[in-house]
Design a protein around this ligand. Structure first.
Ligand SMILES: C[S@@+](CC[C@H](N)C(=O)[O-])C[C@H]1O[C@@H](n2cnc3c(N)ncnc32)[C@H](O)[C@@H]1O
Length: 244
């Protein structure tokens, strides 16, 4: 389970299980992030752990010069095809977020929908924040869309079930030490496939401390994709926009 993210995100089932995380939601989040920045049309944006490219492709539609990377070749393939279908540039590459081989500078770097906290050590989890700082132009922005650990701990739903494509998915969730762990069981016909997720829980203060120590200044802190101001006691998400 140590490298659970390699198995789970290489499976096309990921997109079925998270089908509600769609283009409409991505457009909403892109708008929210852009409203906190002053970047100009055509500016360079890096989408870190871009998955199937729903945010990258929307930023491209809006006229930005976008590069996306991800570890999952399965999801990158979907990202490239989706860009081609929309006749958008498809600048995607495969990389591990702990070591991104890029020398270019960006005006906005985004790390969206809990693509954070997957690793065992704090050093690995926070390494991209340091790298993002170095890859940003002065005055550039870094947006992190992560969970709100306080409400997640308080409102965790231990089990839920849903149907997809004639099959069934059972998701079981628990807190294990400082991580939230999810077991995903997909039943299709006689077949049962099992996946795991395990995300390190960082509080708002942990995130703020780390980003400030790197040199970032907080510009805005939202608690959902509609732009409600973050409230640790009620917000579902922690969406932070920082500036270098
Ligand atoms: C929850 S998904 C979010 C994807 C995308 N940002 C979105 O909002 O649709 C997490 C993404 O992180 C990627 N990922 C996981 N581990 C990674 C790693 N070590 N390096 C780069 N990407 C990774 C996964 O492949 C997956 O696409």
């Amino acid at each position: 389970m140590k490298e659970w993210y390699k198995d789970w995100f290489s499976s096309e089932l990921y997109l079925s299980v998270y089908s509600h995380r769609n283009d409409e939601e991505a457009e909403q989040l892109c708008r929210l992030i852009l409203s906190s920045t002053q970047i100009k049309n055509g500016a360079k944006i890096l989408d870190a752990a871009c998955g199937a490219g729903r945010h990258s492709n929307h930023f491209s539609i809006l006229g930005f010069d976008v590069v996306g990377f991800d570890l999952s070749k399965t999801l990158l393939y979907v990202a490239v095809n989706s860009a081609k279908e929309k006749t958008l540039p498809a600048n995607f590459f495969c990389s591990d977020i702990r070591n991104v081989p890029l020398k270019s500078k960006f005006e906005l770097i985004v790390n969206l929908f809990t693509s954070f906290g997957y690793f065992e050590t704090d050093e690995e989890n926070f390494s991209f924040i340091k790298q993002a700082y170095l890859m940003l132009e002065n005055g550039g922005y870094y947006a992190l869309d992560y969970l709100n650990e306080k409400t997640l701990r308080e409102n965790l739903v231990p089990q839920s079930e849903k149907s997809i494509n004639g099959g069934k998915i059972i998701e079981r969730r628990k807190i294990a030490g400082n991580r939230v762990v999810k077991e995903i069981n997909v039943f299709s016909g006689d077949e049962e496939i099992k996946f795991h997720e395990s995300v390190r829980l960082y509080s708002k203060d942990d995130i703020m401390k780390e980003t400030e120590s790197v040199g970032f200044k907080l510009v805005n802190l939202f608690g959902d994709y509609t732009g409600t101001i973050f409230n640790e006691n009620v917000s579902n998400r922690l969406i932070a926009v920082f500036q270098k």
